[in-house]
Design a protein around this ligand. Structure first.
Ligand code: GRF
Length: 206
């Protein structure tokens, strides 16, 4: 049985729809969860667009299906992380983005990306931070023999997976779990948690 530590909805948000720019490197299931929360009117937001860095990333088809524009910024085309981030910032600003939502974004942010958006850069990570920051978090949690893991939504700072925590959901590790089975259950919670946490961040509850 999964353990979720957040309620299903957020009280009283009366502002303009949040303008979310999504950064994704891969599959994009968290992107879809955000789209669905917007459709269900549990998240008062619009998605300004999706930036992806890997040609062929699954998120591109998801964006197309959702009627959201997507734009490739391939880090392999840039001499350094700063110039890569500068192009991302330019695109996000052109779209009128207010919140940067990393959803499976596998690049480390520089000041160039963080400074223009301040505290409004969010990330989701598949562990209960500060445990298991960085890559292969699910694999390392399983190898460590923890009995509870989960996912964390946090604000992004320069150090990887280290910013202030907005919300977490706990997921028990079950006997016989593989990396795939455990990650699948963590992702179920990610899809509930991320839309909720975006709204919490925006209303200042976290
Ligand atoms: C998620 O598990 C997230 O926590 C991690 O990368 C994965 C992205 O999944 N940062 P998806 O691309 O949203 O399906």
């Amino acid at each position: 049985m999964d353990v979720l530590t957040v309620p299903e909805h957020c009280p009283d948000y009366r502002g303009e729809p949040l303008r979310l720019g999504i950064l994704a490197s891969g599959n994009g299931s968290n992107f879809t969860a955000i789209v669905e929360a917007i459709s269900a009117q549990t998240l008062p937001a619009v998605i300004t667009g999706v930036i992806y860095n890997n040609p062929g990333a699954g998120v591109v088809q998801r964006a197309q299906a959702a009627g959201v524009k997507s734009h490739l910024v391939n880090h392999r085309d840039y001499p350094d992380r700063e110039s890569f981030d500068q192009d991302i910032v330019s695109t996000l600003k052109n779209w009128g983005t207010e919140w940067v939502v990393m959803a499976g974004w596998m690049r480390q942010a520089t000041e160039v990306l963080l400074q223009p958006f301040g505290a409004q850069v969010l990330n989701i990570h598949p562990s209960l931070l500060p445990a298991f920051p960085g890559i292969k978090a699910v694999e390392r949690a399983l190898a460590a023999g923890v009995k509870i893991t989960g996912c964390t939504v946090h604000r992004v700072v320069l150090a990887v997976d280290s910013g202030p925590i907005i919300a977490q959901a706990a997921v028990p590790v079950l006997p016989g779990d593989t990396v795939a089975s455990l990650h699948a259950r963590i992702q179920q919670q990610e899809h509930r948690l991320y839309p909720q946490a975006i709204l919490w961040a925006a209303v200042g509850n976290s």
